[in-house]
Design a protein around this ligand. Sequence first.
Ligand SMILES: [Zn+2]
Length: 338
Amino acid sequence: MLFADVIGQEGPKRKIRTALAQRAIGHAYLFSGDEGIGKRLMALRFAQALSCETPPSSSQPDSCGQCRACEQIASGTYPDVLRIQPEQEKANPQIKIDQVRAIERHMIYRPLLSDRKICIIDDADHLTTNAANAFLKTLEDPPEHSLFILITSQPLRLLATVRSRCLALRFSPATATQFEGALALKQAMEIADARFLARVCGNRIGVAMRADLAELRRQHEQFFQLWQSDTLGHPTAILQRAEEISKAQPFSDVIDWLSHGLRDLLLIILGAEHDLLLHQSQISTLRRIAKSLTPTDMVDLLDSLQTLEQAPAQNLNLQLCLENFLFRVHHVIHRDAA
Ligand SMILES: [Zn+2]
């Protein structure tokens, strides 16, 4: 059934279903946890389970996914559900006092169709101080028929007084097995691809659903291209390659594929299980590269990666840091060739 669409999250799911079954639903919930792990989907499923016109006849509360209420909640047109989010087009997206006034106007009337009048506030930590204080007044004395669901990946940025008025449900990333199974099932994905996405997206299913698998594969290929003897043959080629890489993709992506590649090399050196590797199909190449690395090389490469990771925060020149990294790779290849 529909709660099954939310991968993992057994704890929050159980609490919500128990509340539904016992008709002991609170007035306000706070869903917190990393981006892209199912908080929004759970909020929709919660609203659907409360409003479904033809709920499945099982022992566990759920929704059908097909009735008018379920469809309108999914498409955002159901009259008893209001979804609020920060104004996306702004550089610093905020939820402003005007939006809180709209919430008040929505919540004050009795529900038309559902048992509850529901308000889902996405990225609730983006409430401005004024808006949060105004919202607090509603939370302190909520209309009897109201249900607020606040969603955030940064719960500590919310006013403590707002937090304390909500039932907190903490979401965590799915396990690798749950994640891989879900992708294989939902997107008919090869298990090797599902495993790759699981590692790259840190088991965050929402992130993986939006990810471009082909593009991620192509980016990660770049790590292996670096180790081909002709790529970084001489200093001019190194500078040119650093420039090409920095221009071709966001810097955080570069750090991702570099660190994933280095992690695999470390695993090979440590003699870890084949299963732990991200690039399992490249195992012979990884072994060949690992063989050419001395412990000092590995330390140098990891140091150099660390400098790269810190570069944005320290306002260092990213391309320059990347050049340093590539010079170290060149050093390893060149020494072997000599
Ligand atoms: Zn339904």
